[in-house]
Ligand binder design. Structure first.
Ligand code: DGT
Ligand code: CA
Ligand code: CA
Ligand code: ZN
Length: 575
């Protein structure tokens, strides 16, 4: 996605928060929030647009367009700076607590002069909030829970933000004279869902120019260490970046070493030692003579250890070494294997882009099929009706066949009610090509009730895919409680696929649950749940997560040819 869009999205969102914290008009805050989303989801680079171009983006009026232009021209937005100056940074930090809104944050600041997360935690401990209106025991508990979530996430950042930064840095360093190879390694190459720090590896004969280049990047705000072997900096966004430069002859060994994980590396080093070898970031050596046996490529290094090359997403010491030794490594899913997206939205509900725009973007990705699955009526604020969804189906049927080879499927995202029922009666559901069903409410049911609810949805002959099954939001909301083994078994039995939702703040199911479900024989759908054109590109995070769950093409229904997919979607329905 174009970077300026994201910067402006973040800034407008911050402005909306600031307006809300300073007790400003809620309507105004909401308008800025909407504009932020629209700009973030706009497919074209907004820095190329003039005021008129900007105003064509939904929810962007004249005044917001002017502020965007001011930012693009000067790098700041005066109104944001003004509001920032009025509010201590600590108070702004308060609203990063997942369960605390701006209004409450302001009350805490004005009434109790609380201006940081630590102070708030201490105040709750000391029972200092007891007399404050709107801060009953339940609320306080929720806030404490939010603080715990915030602290658990610690300083780790979501994978997509790390990847954006890493790709920028790789591009910059690749342009430095003498660069033979450059890539990101560490947890990012393994596609973990959160990233502690970004590790970059360069192959070059001289390290100095790269270390200097990193230190002087505009994105660098602080130099933590500046040496010949390793340089560490912090970016303006607070992310640490570690850079190592190795001689080109050590590239493969360096890649292997710095990709990790530590657990995986302990295993490979042990294998080396048993063979009288020594494995380091410089190569694989004979422990006796010191002769280098392999170092130039990763394949060479693994091969000399008696192992096939292992995909980075599997390198977590979760059985990949054993599988490799037995020739049983899975041939993991790749982005190219995906033939279509089975969970997407349009502006008929809460998507940003109209149907045609989404379809054109999907066709440009080379998909063989594509499902539109807007929200069903029980998500009341989306105002879906039978008429609207039928009109959409008609529109889809008209467009089918006009988008190259891409075939269209008409679906919906049903809401799983508290008892496991869904929005429409069977005869209406029968008109859809597929149904995704998701939990959007009642997240707090106890384990037994939640399990029963999910089982009922799985057993529904019209429910093909359970969308974002646990509903967790990384760092913000825990997934629901259920007996997942029972749910997985029911999915396998009933031909209900589980989604690997690719939204980087969801990644739901997560890697470890995926492998558990796979052992039950479950099939999966790796979907973006796109609400805008740029979201279609988030598929890579879903694929990375699926790889970490050891999924192959065979396990994933949206890699299958359309005829096979359609057979799966017919499920237990009458012919
Ligand atoms: P993170 O940053 O917490 O998301 O996780 P990683 O896996 O990127 O860990 P990091 O940045 O500490 O180290 C990068 C890789 O370097 C790690 O996966 C394995 C490799 N490595 C091997 N041996 C060592 C060691 O002794 N110390 C450190 N720091 N890294 C090592
Ligand atoms: Ca790292
Ligand atoms: Ca590191
Ligand atoms: Zn959705």
């Amino acid at each position: 996605m174009a970077r300026p869009n994201e910067e402006v999205e973040a800034l407008l969102q911050e402005y909306a928060d600031l307006v809300a914290i300073t007790g400003g008009d809620a309507f105004k805050a909401r308008a800025y929030e909407k504009a932020a989303r629209a700009i973030g989801g706009h497919p074209a680079d907004i820095s190329r647009l003039d005021a008129n171009g900007l105003k064509e983006i939904p929810n962007v009026g004249r005044s917001i367009a002017e502020k965007v232009i001011e930012y693009l021209r000067t790098g700041t937005m005066a109104v944001v700076e003004e509001r920032r100056a009025k509010i201590p940074a600590g108070v702004r930090e308060l609203i990063t607590i997942p369960t605390l809104g701006p209004k409450k944050a302001l009350r805490l600041y004005e009434d109790l002069h609380i201006s940081s997360v630590d102070e708030l935690a201490a105040a709750i401990e000391a029972d200092a909030l007891a007399d404050l209106k709107g801060f009953g025991e339940k609320t306080q508990e929720k806030i404490l829970h939010g603080i715990r979530l915030l602290r658990q996430a610690g300083d780790r950042i979501p994978v997509h933000l790390a990847l954006d930064t890493a790709e920028d840095i790789v591009a910059e360093l690749s342009a430095v004279t003498g660069c033979e190879r450059c890539t990101y390694v560490g947890s990012l190459r393994r596609m973990r869902e959160t990233i502690g720090d970004i590790d970059i590896l360069v192959a070059a004969n001289r390290s100095g120019p790269f270390m200097d280049a990193l230190v002087s990047l505009p994105s660098t705000s602080e130099v933590i260490a500046h040496g010949e072997k390793k340089t560490s900096v912090r970016t303006h966004k607070g992310v640490q970046v570690d850079l190592r430069v190795l001689p080109p002859s050590s590239w493969g060994a360096g890649l292997q070493y710095f990709t990790g994980s530590k657990g995986h590396n302990i295993r490979t080093r042990t294998i080396a030692v048993r063979q009288g070898l020594k494995l380091s970031e410089y190569g694989l050596f004979d422990a006796g003579s010191g002769e280098s046996l392999a170092s130039r490529t990763e394949e060479e290094v693994y091969d000399r250890l008696g192992l096939p090359w292992i995909p980075p997403t599997l390198r977590e010491d979760r059985g990949e070494i054993e599988a490799a030794l037995h020739g049983e490594l899975p041939e993991v899913l790749t982005e190219r294997d995906i033939r279509g997206d089975l969970h997407t939205h349009t502006d008929l509900t809460d998507g940003l882009a109209p149907l045609e725009t989404m379809l054109e973007a999907a066709a440009a990705r080379g998909y063989a099929y594509y499902a539109v699955t807007d929200h069903a009526p029980h998500l009341y604020m989306q105002r879906m009706t039978d008429e609207k969804v039928l009109a959409q189906r008609e529109q889809l049927r008209q467009l089918d066949g006009t988008l190259g080879r891409m075939r269209l499927l008409h679906g919906t995202e049903l809401n799983i009610g508290p008892d496991g029922d869904v929005d429409w009666p069977d005869d209406f559901l029968a008109g859809f090509d597929l149904c995704v069903a998701s939990l959007h409410s009642h997240f707090d049911l106890d384990r037994e009730a939640m399990t029963r609810r999910l089982l009922r949805a799985c057993e529904n002959p019209y429910v093909n895919v359970i969308g974002h099954p646990t509903t967790r939001l990384i760092g913000r909301r825990r997934g629901v409680d259920a007996d997942w083994d029972e749910v997985f078994a029911a999915c396998a039995r009933n031909g209900t696929a589980l989604e690997v939702n690719a939204q980087p703040d969801r990644l739901d199911l997560r890697d470890e649950d995926i492998s558990r479900a796979r052992q039950h024989g479950v099939k999966f759908a790796v979907n973006t749940d796109a609400h805008s054109v740029p979201h279609l590109g988030q598929l890579r995070y879903g694929v990375g997560t699926a790889q970490r769950g050891w999924l192959t093409k065979e396990d994933v229904i949206n890699t299958w040819p359309l005829t096979r997919l359609r057979r799966f979607l017919r499920k237990g329905r009458r012919a």
